[in-house]
Design a protein. Structure first.
Length: 391
């Protein structure tokens, strides 16, 4: 990747179907080609919606969280969930029907076991690993730890937990009801035979148009150019949600600026990013995976909605792992803290990057700025590194 930091990847076959495999990633310093340096500290990364490991965490190959941690002696691992490998050319999606949270928890357990086994064989010991889950990955992390808390101690893989800009539960009734509406929408889609969510395909289209015809009229966001449409996806991500399904106020991937007057369609006109290089954000968009399981999204919203009993949150109060919650003021921010209070953990640290006053939340540090931001190393990555070293 850069200097003496290398990325290793390998596939783990988990079934007989063409997509029944996960990809496991490792980012680590080498003493020589194919000779990882010995490490004490380790971290396993779990991506969220739309983007797999590389797109989510290595959008800029030289400036990113895994490389920063690896340079500082942390052995960084991660996973591509099964759906990341489903290509845009796929037309039959029945295999996705049961790929929900239970499926994700099982695959994560296997991936963590593989990583720990490789570390043991490499002379790094069999110590448990810290787990970082970004966005939907953080929700899966909560579900995973709830399940793992019921295993005998020798069979557990995770030491510390770092949920990044997410929540598994909310104490804000408006947000809970919004999750119930999103859940109903996903359940209805699956009942109608739509086992795949194609948000990633839409993001791919936005990215492609911004690259090949940036000045052309956007067919997706009326009144904007294709370049502006790409920026709007980051600066005003909340517009993709119906008004009564917003997870938090003015949720956005990247803080940015806007023209004084809206487009004739009423859409805001983005003029630039405040915290992240545009090239890095466009690289993120370009790395979108086209399809994601509808079942996974429905399970996530049911857990937040809390009106139908699900098994994913049954043992949150049995989770005693140390926790570092990291939030973005323009993402889930302070709204993610409540979920940590439902755990049995007594060692809980909170780090929220707030760079704008509450009334200017639209311009605050965003959900993806945490990994792409020019100052993310100081604001986010270094505090994560310090926490890992202390735990």
């Amino acid at each position: 990747l850069t200097g003496d930091v290398a990325e290793y990847t390998f596939d783990v076959r988990l079934g007989t179907g063409p997509y029944d495999a996960i990809t496991v990633h490792r980012v680590v310093r080498e003493s020589a080609p194919f000779r990882p340096r010995p490490t004490r500290d380790s971290l396993f990364l779990l991506h969220g919606d739309i983007w797999g490991f590389r797109a989510a965490f290595l959008a800029d190959p030289a400036r990113n969280l895994p490389v920063h941690l690896a340079r500082n002696g942390v052995d960084v691992w991660g996973i591509d969930q099964r759906w990341v490998r489903v290509p845009a050319s796929e037309t039959s999606f029945a295999f996705l029907r049961d790929w929900g949270f239970a499926h994700d928890v099982q695959d994560l357990y296997v991936a963590l076991g593989v990583a720990r086994g490789a570390r043991l064989l490499g002379g790094d010991g069999f110590g448990r690993m810290n787990l970082l889950g970004w966005s939907r990955g953080g929700m899966i992390g909560y579900a995973y730890l709830s399940a793992e808390s019921q295993l005998p101690a020798p069979l557990r893989h995770v030491s510390g937990f770092i949920p990044v800009d997410t929540y598994a539960k909310t104490d804000t009734e408006e947000f809970r009801q919004a999750a119930c509406r999103r859940s109903a929408a996903q359940e209805a889609a699956q009942a109608a035979g739509q086992d795949q969510n194609a948000s990633g395909a839409l993001v791919q289209t936005i990215s492609t148009l911004a690259t090949v015809d940036p000045a052309g009229a956007s067919p997706i966001f009326p009144g904007l150019t294709n370049h502006q449409a790409a920026l709007l996806t980051g600066e005003a991500t909340f517009i993709i949600f119906p008004p009564d399904q917003q997870p938090v106020p003015v949720y956005h991937f990247t803080g940015g600026t806007f023209a004084a007057a809206p487009a004739p369609s009423g859409l805001p006109v983005p003029t630039g990013l405040l915290y992240s290089p545009e090239t890095s954000f466009l690289a993120l968009l370009a790395g979108a995976a086209p399809y994601q399981p509808t079942r996974q999204l429905a399970d996530a919203e049911r857990m937040i909605c809390d009106e139908v009993d699900v098994p994913f949150d049954d043992h949150l109060d049995d989770v005693t792992n140390p926790v570092l919650y990291v939030g973005a003021g323009g993402g889930f921010g302070e709204y993610g803290v409540y979920s940590t209070t439902l755990l049995g953990s007594t060692d809980v640290t909170t780090r929220i990057v707030d760079l704008a006053p509450a009334e200017q939340r639209l311009f605050d540090f965003g959900h993806a700025d945490l990994f792409l931001g020019t100052d993310a190393q100081t604001l986010v990555w270094q505090p994560i590194l310090q926490w890992i070293r202390g735990h």
